[in-house]
Design a protein around this ligand. Structure first.
Ligand code: GLN
Ligand code: ZN
Length: 762
């Protein structure tokens, strides 16, 4: 039975790679120094895996930016426009071109945009989208995979090189011209894979891992054919090479026969996400194919339940024989934080329930040890930790569970339908047509960040901190009044992050010091850990909102993050369905909404930036997810009187397939990102006859550029062609926290003027 790891976090347990890359980009360290940091991280990670007793240790899972981009370079799938970087800097080589593809290039009189970046399946990792042309050609253009294999060999470690499989690679890319499908490129691509395998084989590689995560998606016949062609070709050319095909993030489901009939030596499946595929797989798998059991959760931070995992192992061994079974994490450990041992501040009891990447390696070995050597002590200790988690009063709060269990349909319904609410709100709020507002945050300048940091360090008393935040709020309120905005915000100066701020105030959450996970390139996130039943011990935002409202006669929006977004951007418990956790979060937000309303706040915004990214990979699962999401939002919002206006905000511009669900959320007003798509997505809303009010963003906050009044009027006129004037709001695309005050002031001034001019036109 082999102990198999699919991939290891590359950023370093102290984010060494992030720091080195950023230093290289700003010219503080040389290319040589950057490459040395990379080499040292690889060495550490290989040695750590060897020490843990892993048999199949991956190589080429390392990347300076992104492994999909690495593959594009290896295959010479480099869009034409980046050649200029090479010619501008002949001595300065491929690495700058690589980073130019990832991040864009504004130097040497060149201004080249970065390649598109998008989410890696349903994770928060982002990859660089390959671009293909009709006459796309490929050639072997990089030695990275061979060098890294050799590097490990020098350390006495025979690694298993990892390659993104040819079919997933093509499917993850985009056609940049009409007239062909990217899968048609497969016959041109396969010879390069053959060259790679040839050289790896010659260098002594025994196993090669092909990641084909597309097998966890809904596949067409054409796609299944492509998989058969790819792996049939590889097998015919390299009959003695051991090939491991991995799938993860969902079950194989209807792809089970396709996968189990591919010409590979071993198949890896995700039994954490989709345990119920196990029995079917045991039946489908034909001799001599091995099965790699993905039983340790590569997407979450909880200790493995050894008793449960052993059932899989024992059953697989009984059916296939131990030679044909491997123990593995569900997917690459890229998506976990590096090392739990670095966490010094976590409560001991909670720490004992957790495992990060390094600990997960030990779990693989533990499971082997229990199955093969009958190491009972390890099992007993593990079960004690799990038992403590199952019963801990830190996690389980009967009154919270009871409250969720007792929810009634009417708790998720506003008192009256939208038309009734709208006329009451119009009467009470008495806002002009095309009311102007912003999305919540104002520029987070260095002094605001410093203020929060100093307070965290204990260098300020609560009173000093409160006074300082109040000063920022006061300035922001006066400033908005001068600009002539209609509905004001307090500016969110007290918040570092829209999820962390709420997590820190909810019971059931803990925070790590070092639990970083790569999001893209050098960018890492540190998701909070939601470990227990969620409770809101006291109001979270009321104090600041009420203070801000006290400064003005205009309406002040209360600003909250919604339950779906809080859930989506956290590591969440795996001991109850996500939908239950979502409802607990919804109740906490509902209580906050109640308190804001009680305190006299008339407009409350509940941001749901992450609804779309929570969409399941398989179409058949989407309805259930969206139903829960809509229910959770409605639960958080429906407690208010008809007169209280509920806003929501979403920052993306793809609504066509979820417009019905957005409408079902029944927010009185939704603000969305539209300016970059020139209002085109409003067609989705109009086509659906979206009944409620909408604030389509009239300018792009991602850029420092100040839009002109005419531009914004143009966009508003466009919006007016598809939506009634009485339903339109005027606002930017998203929050302004990354902008400078000067840019913000100029842009909002123009925005207010544009609203005024459009009022006089209708
Ligand atoms: N209210 C938040 C802000 O303005 C919304 C951020 C977001 O949608 N990502 O910053
Ligand atoms: Zn936004």
């Amino acid at each position: 039975m082999l102990k198999n790891n699919l991939g290891y976090p590359r950023i370093g347990s102290h984010r060494e790679l992030k720091k080195a890359c950023e230093s290289y980009w700003t010219g503080k360290i040389s290319q040589q120094e950057l490459l040395e940091v990379g080499a040292s991280l690889r060495r550490q990670h290989w040695e750590l895996q060897r020490a843990a007793g892993i048999d199949l240790i991956p190589s080429n899972d390392f990347s300076l930016y992104d492994h999909v981009l690495d593959l594009s370079l290896t295959l010479d799938a480099v869009p034409e426009r980046y050649q200029a970087v090479l010619s501008a800097h002949p001595q300065n080589n491929a690495l700058d071109m690589y980073f130019a593809m990832a991040r864009g290039y504004q130097k040497d009189g060149l201004d080249i945009k970065a390649m598109e970046m998008t989410k890696w399946f349903d994770t928060n990792y982002h990859y660089i989208v390959p671009e293909f042309t009709k006459n796309q050609s490929f050639r072997l253009a990089s030695d990275k995979i061979f060098n890294e294999f050799e590097e490990a060999l020098q350390l006495g470690i025979l690694t298993k090189p990892v390659l993104l499989g040819p079919v997933s690679y093509l499917l993850l890319g985009k056609e940049k011209e009409e007239g062909f499908h990217r899968l048609d490129l497969l016959p041109k691509l396969l010879p390069i894979y053959s060259q790679i395998l040839e050289r790896l084989h010659a260098a002594g590689a025994e196993w090669v891992q092909f990641d084909e995560p597309c097998l966890a998606l809904d596949l067409t016949y054409k796609e299944k054919d492509a998989l058969r062609l790819a792996y049939g070709t590889i097998r015919a050319q390299f009959p003695t090479l051991k090939t491991l095909l991995t799938t993860y993030f969902d079950g194989l489901r209807d792809n089970i026969l396709t996968a189990s009939h591919l010409s590979v030596c071993a198949l890896h499946v995700d039994l954490v996400r989709f345990p119920s595929q196990f029995d079917d797989l045991l039946v489908a798998l034909k001799e001599p194919m091995s099965l790699s059991l993905g039983i340790i959760d590569g997407r979450n931070v909880w200790k493995n339940d050894y008793a449960k995992s052993l059932q899989f192992i024992q059953k697989a061994v009984a059916k296939l024989g131990s030679d044909r079974v491997m123990i593995a994490p569900s997917c690459s450990l890229l998506h976990c934080p590096a090392d739990l041992a670095l966490e010094k501040d976590l409560p001991h009891e909670i720490k004992n329930w957790l495992a990060f990447a390094k600990q997960k390696l030990d779990e693989i070995t533990d499971l082997y040890d229990i199955s093969v050597n009958n190491n009972v002590n390890v099992l007993t200790e593990n079960q004690a930790a799990l038992m403590s988690r199952r019963t801990s009063p830190l996690i389980h709060k009967q009154h919270v569970k009871k409250r969720v269990a007792e929810l009634k349909e009417k708790d998720t319904q506003r008192k009256s339908p939208f038309e009734v609410r709208q006329s009451k709100q119009k009467f009470l709020l008495n806002l002009p047509l095309f009311p102007t507002t912003t999305i919540g945050s104002f520029p987070q300048t260095e002094d605001v960040r410093q203020l929060r940091a100093n307070y965290k360090k204990g260098e300020l008393t609560p009173k000093q901190y409160d006074t300082a935040i109040e000063e920022h709020i006061q300035k922001a309120v006066m400033w908005q009044e001068e600009l002539g905005l209609d509905v004001l915000v307090h500016g969110e100066f007290e918040r570092n992050d829209m999820v962390e701020y709420f997590g820190e105030q909810l019971e059931g959450y803990v925070f790590t010091q070092n639990g970083w996970v790569q999001s893209y390139g050098s960018r890492c996130v540190k998701p909070p850990i939601l470990y227990g039943d969620i409770e809101r011990p006291r109001p979270m935002t009321v104090r600041w909102t009420v203070y801000a409202q006290s400064l003005t006669q205009k309406y002040m929006k209360g600003m909250l993050t919604g339950p779906i977004t809080i859930l989506q951007w956290s590591f969440v418990r795996d001991d109850q369905p996500r939908s239950d956790t979502m409802m607990q979060l919804a109740l906490a937000i509902r209580d906050e909404v109640t308190d804001l309303e009680k305190a006299g706040i008339k407009i409350i915004q509940i941001d749901e930036a992450a609804i779309r990214e929570g969409l399941p990979l398989r179409k058949s699962d989407r309805k259930a997810y969206l139903d829960h999401a809509v229910e959770a939002f409605r639960l958080s919002a429906s407690v208010v009187r008809d007169e209280t206006q509920i806003h929501t905000h979403m920052c993306y511009s793809e609504f066509s397939d979820i417009i019905e669900n957005i409408a079902a959320m029944d927010a009185d007003v939704i603000t969305i990102e539209t300016s970059r798509s020139q209002m085109e997505l409003l067609d989705d809303f109009a086509g659906f006859n979206y009944p409620n009010e909408i604030g389509p963003g009239v300018y792009d906050i991602h850029s420092p550029r100040v839009p002109t009044v005419e531009e914004m009027i143009g966009l508003l006129k466009k919006a007016l062609t598809v939506l009634p004037a009485a339903n339109l709001w005027v606002n930017p695309d998203c929050g302004l926290k990354t902008r400078k005050w000067s840019e913000t002031e100029a842009a909002l001034k123009n925005m207010v003027e544009a609203a005024g001019r459009i009022r006089s036109l209708v």
